[in-house]
Design a protein around this ligand. Sequence first.
Ligand SMILES: NC(=O)c1ccc[n+]([C@@H]2O[C@H](COP(=O)([O-])OP(=O)(O)OC[C@H]3O[C@@H](n4cnc5c(N)ncnc54)[C@H](OP(=O)(O)O)[C@@H]3O)[C@@H](O)[C@H]2O)c1
Length: 340
Amino acid sequence: MSRCKVKAAKLRAVRKKVRPRQVGQRRYLDRIPSDKFWQQPLATLSSVTPAQCCQAVFLLAAGGVLAVAVMPRDAKTLLVNYGARKAQTSPTDTPPRDVSDRGRLLSLIDTITSWTQVPHSWFGAFYVVSLACSVFWLVQYLGDGAVLRFVASRQAAVQQPPATSGQVALGWFMMFLQGGRRVFEHLTIIKPSKSTMWVVHWLLGLLFYLSISVSVWVEGSDDAQSLIKMAVALPAFLFAWVNQYRCHKHLAGLKKYSVPEGGMFDHYICPHYTCECLLYLSMAIATAPRGVWCNRTLICALIFVAVNLGVTASGTRKWYAEKFGIGAVANKWNMIPFVF
Ligand SMILES: NC(=O)c1ccc[n+]([C@@H]2O[C@H](COP(=O)([O-])OP(=O)(O)OC[C@H]3O[C@@H](n4cnc5c(N)ncnc54)[C@H](OP(=O)(O)O)[C@@H]3O)[C@@H](O)[C@H]2O)c1
């Protein structure tokens, strides 16, 4: 065989060997565009910080509540009203109407929400969860736990310095105090009642308290202005904390149901909601990182709380006005002085 023929034979052999791999490579290359399609969102998701996760939970939840709040009145009543407000408008209290009269969608919402009611007293679970989370994060902090280290290091990768200051301790303590007081209230002053809420409210509440337990410390930082922030925030927190307790005690002592009067109830329909907003505003100031006056994650929590309770407070005003007359709500703010 001539040299040329040998070379040509070797070349053919090499091509034969290479071809299958080339096909394999092509198949692999064919897959790259679709991998790239997923790579971008996956990379974006994996770069989301714990604080951003909490912010997303609060803002999406607030958006969901707002979306329900702008629904037609009947649907809104079924989805939003709970507790004392719902007791008056429960589907079982109102005479059944013709399906075509109410609309099929509304009847479906009615059926689903009435099948999935849970007791209003299940609110107590929020505060047990909140308290349990506070204790969990304390144990993690003291024992240099892996969960806290993981969350803090994910946050520290984009935000310096990591969460280790007195502000963090104060934020944690505020949440611990709030959870502790609410558990105490449920054990001692809140009276049992037959009023109910939609299970989705309950699940949303649990999600809120799980997220807030991380939010109070995740953005913390060592900060020269931290003392000023804490000095402003602590009295506001204590004012709201004490007055919310007074409101709950007053409500618990009322005949079911009557118009609450005296103290903050002379100026507000739902002063306990006013206090709730002030509690989270003061926590947002107390735990604000360097260079800003509010903690962004807790401001997102405050937006959710204000939207959620704002919708409920406006339902409470309507309920009082219908049940006790317009005089019962005259000259009172729903929740936020000079605004709402
Ligand atoms: N962070 C959040 O997103 C969030 C959300 C919701 C609530 N909260 C907080 O949780 C606390 C309780 O909220 P809530 O919405 O359950 O308050 P609520 O509906 O006003 O009920 C509080 C308690 O007072 C009773 N009550 C209410 N109005 C009454 C009246 N006119 N006469 C007699 N009893 C009355 C209720 O009885 P029934 O049990 O019979 O209804 C219930 O036991 C508030 O401080 C609020 O700020 C926070």
